[in-house]
Design a protein around this ligand. Structure first.
Ligand SMILES: [Zn+2]
Length: 219
């Protein structure tokens, strides 16, 4: 069993109402190498539905509902929030993760917003919704483009961006932006080199990280 689920009561920090949600109580098994964008492998991917919860009363979405929200409650009534910024899907996990991304943006927390959009894209990949997955990845890329200060000296996020662009078919941009960059570790340099190689080959597919020559994923 890769993880143990527990049902727990949470009090919403926005509206004060209580609701019960499943959370991951234990998680310990290694199920294979993650993808280049750190998407969990195989069975571990089913944990994604526990990465965000939604308040049934006010609509607040966050990692856990007891986390404070610095914005206004009216935000959850906006069309933009209710429609996930116009990205159409009926996949509940993707909806919660995209709403969580919008919550993070409202709080100017752009780094967590990028991670949440990326996780939503994984859920949309698994749902077979290629168009919405691309929209979610490009929303994350746009956040990085619009708020460069939040991602300055963050090689890990730059590599995620390379993978998101490549998965969206933006091959020329990957080659242009990542071809001659240097990174603080050999692993990062190897990942960047591999991304540019895949983009040059017009390869849009997901690849596990241990496909890179010389890289082994360990527990
Ligand atoms: Zn609430």
């Amino acid at each position: 069993m890769p993880f143990v689920i527990e049902n727990k009561e949470f009090t919403c920090s926005v509206c004060g109402s209580s609701s019960s949600h499943d959370i991951i109580a234990e998680q310990d098994e290694f199920c294979g190498a993650p993808d280049l964008d750190l998407r969990p492998a195989g069975k571990q991917r089913s944990i994604m539905k526990y990465w965000a919860m939604e308040c049934p009363c006010c609509g607040y979405c966050c990692t856990t509902l007891d986390m404070p929200f610095s914005g206004e409650r009216e935000f959850f009534q906006t069309t933009d929030y209710k429609t996930c910024g116009g990205i159409l899907t009926s996949d509940e996990t993707a909806v919660k993760l995209m709403k969580r991304a919008l919550v993070f943006i409202e709080e100017h927390n752009y780094r967590d917003a990028v991670r949440s959009y990326l996780a939503a894209a994984w859920a949309l990949d698994d749902d077979g919704n290629e168009f919405a997955a691309k929209q979610s990845r490009m929303a994350a890329v746009a956040l990085m483009d619009d708020h460069p200060a939040a991602f300055k000296n963050s090689s890990d996020y730059q590599l995620l961006k390379a993978d998101m662009l490549r998965r969206c078919g933006e091959f020329d941009r990957v080659v242009r932006e990542f071809e001659d960059k240097t990174y603080p570790s050999q692993l990062m340099t190897a990942i960047a080199f591999f991304e540019v190689y895949l983009a040059s080959s017009k390869d849009q597919a997901a690849h596990p990280i241990d496909e890179i020559p010389g890289v082994t994923a360990v527990e």
